[in-house]
Design a protein around this ligand. Structure first.
Ligand code: CP
Length: 304
């Protein structure tokens, strides 16, 4: 594997291997502290990020490598009109691997056509976010002890939430996975995900707009924010942004071993009173993200 653009490019065995390496790094980080000595990671972020960019940079540093890059299109020559292709050809002269986020769906795939070094999709528009999915899979594996036999509630902006689209695509390959899709009507999961991913794989799913209706059935509740940056008009965003606010009351019927996840950033969709609940896993999820990205960098650079 040379690049990671879509989670579908990874087989279940490859995901299993990445999870195994990530868990080993967590156990014995010192073994890995010089694995990427003299290697450089470039983070090219044409869209804002806190976790993805900094976790990639932190991951490379913990592997003994170095990092360079930019955190906004405005601070790069994109602002002068440079194309993605030319930017990639240029940056490939300075580094060994690139993590790239771009608002245009498919931009990281286009980048692979011009790049001499591996490209990692760090999020492209409302499309894909494969390293968030790897983070989510490691979180589920560590917190639930399995990736099979799970009822997963996905709540919030299921239309524009790229983390949701990637997670569904990854989870349908595991045994006995059921989804409860919780969203307002306007933010329902796209038809292509229903038809080409859920129905094609005979996955059981229910759609509802009531967050409490199936709460007692869930093993995982994956909350998402309403994606302000993908809305065409502010009024719609304001009307929908606080549609779901998970608080202690709404968790009353939830299982004691529910795992509450969120890719973050959070806006209002999880009340801060939930943060101290032992079932809240979203900050652990942030930490897992660094370890799985370390494993991915090693794999793409073909370092044992
Ligand atoms: N989860 C995630 O992608 O966060 P950032 O947008 O902060 O990178």
């Amino acid at each position: 594997m040379k690049n990671l653009i879509d989670i579908k490019e990874l087989s279940i065995n490859e995901i299993e291997d990445l999870i195994k390496v990530a868990k080993d790094i967590m156990q014995a980080p010192e073994k890995y502290s010089e694995k990427c000595k003299h290697k450089k990671l470039a983070t090219l972020f044409f869209e804002p990020s806190t976790r993805t960019r900094l976790s990639f940079e932190s991951a490379m540093m913990e592997l003994g490598g170095n990092v360079l890059g930019f955190s906004s299109a405005q601070s790069s020559s994109t602002a002068k009109g440079e194309s993605v292709s030319d930017t990639i050809r240029t940056v490939g002269c300075y580094c060994d691997i690139i993590a790239m986020r771009h608002p245009k769906e498919g931009a990281p795939l286009v980048a692979t056509m011009k790049s001499t070094v591996p490209i990692i999709n760090a999020g492209d528009g409302g499309h894909n976010h494969p390293t968030q999915t790897l983070t989510d899979l490691l979180t589920i594996s560590c917190e639930k002890g399995r990736l099979e036999n799970l009822t997963i509630g996905l709540c919030g902006d299921l239309k524009f939430g790229r983390t949701i689209h990637s997670l569904i695509t990854a989870m349908v390959r595991y045994e006995n996975i059921k989804f409860v899709l919780i969203s307002p009507d306007e933010l329902k999961i796209p038809e292509y995900i229903k038809e080409e991913v859920l129905e094609k794989n005979n996955i059981e799913y229910i759609e509802t707009n009531d967050i409490e209706e199936y709460m007692d059935k869930l093993d995982i509740l994956y909350m998402t924010r309403v994606q302000k940056e993908r809305f065409f008009n502010e009024e719609d965003y304001i009307r929908l942004k606080d549609y779901y606010i998970l608080d202690k009351n709404k968790l009353e019927k939830a299982k004691q071993d529910l795992c509450i996840m969120h890719p973050l950033p959070r806006v209002n969709e999880i009340s801060t009173e939930v943060d101290d609940d032992p079932r809240a896993c979203y900050f652990k999820q942030v930490r897992y993200g660094k370890y799985i990205r370390m494993a991915l960098i090693l794999k793409l650079l073909e370092i044992e």
